[in-house]
Design a protein around this ligand. Structure first.
Ligand code: 13P
Ligand code: SF4
Length: 342
């Protein structure tokens, strides 16, 4: 039986779009940043949702582009003294908790996430306290303080597998914060879950009716959906999966066209993996609806060449995590990493 937590509305301050750079300006930034990374024995780790030039920079400088789980694992095993995390705040915190001896810098600490904002640690703790018999499973897209209250931390790439494992052991769960991902996992596994009512401002905007119309326009296309999307949109999917799983599907599916319901930053890697495929972004507006994020995360977009180039010069962009919180959050994070190495 499912009981839902009360809906928390997040007031999302959307940042201004970054300025467009010429090719010469971009080349100059690449050269400068590459030299700085070498000088500081640092490595750049970027998420698939950052802008193409940030992903290209990470690749060209020997860094890494990946999903949130892969970023965490790469940072923990890389020998660099300093990790530059181009993504959002929870990714920087996770990197610091897994590698406390390393310096973790971010292009801007203002890059956050509506799931993190929509799950304040004190309110989440009060919610968990109402159900003390339940195992607490939280998404990686949360603050260190929320992770510190969890039994398990998971990402979308392992969510179904971990919940299946816990369900088989007879455990009843609290899940937070993403309500759509929670519902999806529940439908897939049949697990007994109580859901926190958070949402991602990017995926929540994909529209069922408009997607049906896009499908009708491209009947030969496969539909790929990230499970942070609404249930009605997930029901139209040929493949549902995490960012890495969707990139893999683009490569392996026989269709030459794919309609993609996730952040369009992912197109950079999808096109690299499958250069012959046509990529179509799923609609976030239509039928009178407008979009706020319009399929690109406003916080991921805050990572720009300009603030990467000054990442070593400022004193407002280093990640620090309170030692007690870090110790508590490390336990469920370690379970997450170990689960994938089984
Ligand atoms: P994954 O990279 O784990 O699929 O996460 C998606 C996401 O929304 C990250 O912000
Ligand atoms: Fe958060 Fe959604 Fe942005 Fe990912 S895409 S960081 S889940 S708001």
């Amino acid at each position: 039986m499912t009981q839902a937590a009360p809906l928390i509305d997040v007031d999302v301050p959307l940042p201004l779009p970054p300025k467009t750079l010429s090719k010469a300006e971009k080349d100059a930034y690449f050269e400068q940043i590459s030299a700085l990374l070498t000088k500081h024995n640092a490595v750049l780790i970027a998420h698939y949702y950052t802008d193409p030039e940030i992903q290209a920079l990470a690749e060209e400088t020997g860094g890494f582009v990946g999903d949130s789980l892969e970023m965490a694992k790469f940072g923990a095993r890389h020998p660099a003294d300093t990790l530059i995390i181009a993504g959002v705040r929870f990714m920087g915190e996770t990197a610091k908790i897994l590698s406390p001896e390393k310096r973790v810098l971010m292009p801007t600490l203002e890059a956050t996430c509506s799931l993190d904002l929509g799950c304040p640690a004190d309110q989440f703790e009060a919610f968990c306290n109402q159900h003390p018999d339940r195992t607490v499973v939280v998404y990686a897209n949360t603050s260190a303080a929320v992770k510190a209250k969890a039994d398990w931390v998971i990402t979308s790439s392992i969510a179904v597998d971990v919940v299946e494992y816990l369900d088989k052991k007879g455990e009843k769960l609290i899940w937070g914060p993403d309500r759509h991902l929670g519902r999806y996992i529940q439908n897939k596994t049949g697990a007994d879950m109580i859901l926190w009512q958070g949402h991602c401002i990017v995926h929540d905007e994909f529209k069922f009716k408009a997607l049906e119309q896009t499908k009708a326009l491209h009947p030969d296309a496969a539909v790929l959906v990230h499970p942070e999307s609404p249930e009605s949109v997930i029901n139209l999917a040929d493949v549902v999966g995490s960012t890495s799983q969707l990139i893999k599907a683009t490569q392996t599916l026989p269709q030459k066209k794919v309609i993609v319901a996730t952040d369009k930053g992912i197109f950079y890697k999808m096109q690299q993996a499958a250069p012959d495929k046509e990529l179509i972004i799923a609609p976030t507006a239509g039928e009178g609806a407008t979009c706020r994020s319009c399929a690109h995360c406003p916080w991921m977009k805050m990572n720009v060449l300009e603030n990467v180039s000054t990442v070593f010069d400022r004193n407002d962009n280093e990640i620090f995590v309170d030692a007690d919180l870090a110790q508590a959050a490390l336990k469920p994070l370690t379970k997450m990493v170990e689960f994938t190495s089984r």
